[in-house]
Design a binder for this molecule. Structure first.
Ligand SMILES: Cc1cc2nc3c(=O)[nH]c(=O)nc-3n(C[C@H](O)[C@H](O)[C@H](O)COP(=O)(O)O)c2cc1C
Length: 186
């Protein structure tokens, strides 16, 4: 049985380097691991308890919850915006955190990685996202880290897939994520 991994990307930019990393991870995933890159976070309305009710739940929120519920594990690819995670990713986590105590993230392993322009590669955003998913009920994989600095320059002329160091480190992340998740997917 395959390990099903749902990838969420914290940048809506068409040319996002984090989106490129997510698609690269899908290509690099070992046999028995399937990574699907979620599309549609930009369609999610801001979380609002008034519409988080039967009959009022937006389709985009229901679809995200379904995709997360069907996954064995999630991997979040995100840049850093103003020292933390972009609102689009936090909004997705908020939708996935409810119903309280029974959200689609409950008990699921979640890895957080990505690239940002700054010298620390978005490590604050990655730490904050781990904190948020833990509070949302997931089990953040604290030992799986990858924060690639200097995104704007590093990937100005090359795709992350043409950067051997990125390929090596991303392959390691995906392999370890699959290993950490396998017992639960079995
Ligand atoms: C609103 C905004 C805030 C940003 N704040 C930070 C920041 O705090 N730290 C950082 O390293 N980069 C910051 N950046 C630069 C992003 O890391 C960089 O644009 C990144 O490549 C965007 O990711 P993407 O290629 O996946 O869209 C910021 C960019 C934007 C648009």
């Amino acid at each position: 049985m395959s390990v099903r991994v749902l990838a969420l990307v914290g940048s809506l930019r068409a040319g996002s380097h984090n989106l490129q990393l997510a698609h690269l991870a899908a290509r690099l995933s070992p046999e028995g691991t399937e990574i699907s890159v979620y599309e549609g976070l930009g369609d999610l309305p801001f979380y609002n308890e008034d519409i988080d009710r039967e009959g009022l739940l937006p389709d985009a929120a229901a679809r995200l919850r379904r995709a997360a519920a069907e996954a064995d594990t999630l991997v979040l690819f995100t840049p850093e915006y103003n020292g933390t995670m972009p609102a689009v990713l936090k909004n997705a986590i908020d939708w996935l955190s409810r119903p309280f105590g029974a959200g689609a993230l409950t008990g699921k392993p979640v890895a957080v990685i990505g690239t940002a322009y700054g010298q620390y590669g978005g490590v604050w955003a990655h730490d904050e996202a781990r904190k948020a998913v833990r509070i949302a009920g997931a089990t953040p994989l604290e030992d799986i880290t990858l924060s690639i600095p200097g995104s704007v320059e590093r990937f100005a002329d090359i795709h992350p897939g043409d950067d051997p160091e990125v390929v090596e480190r991303l392959t390691d992340v995906i392999t370890r994520l699959a290993e950490a998740t396998a017992p639960q997917a079995a």
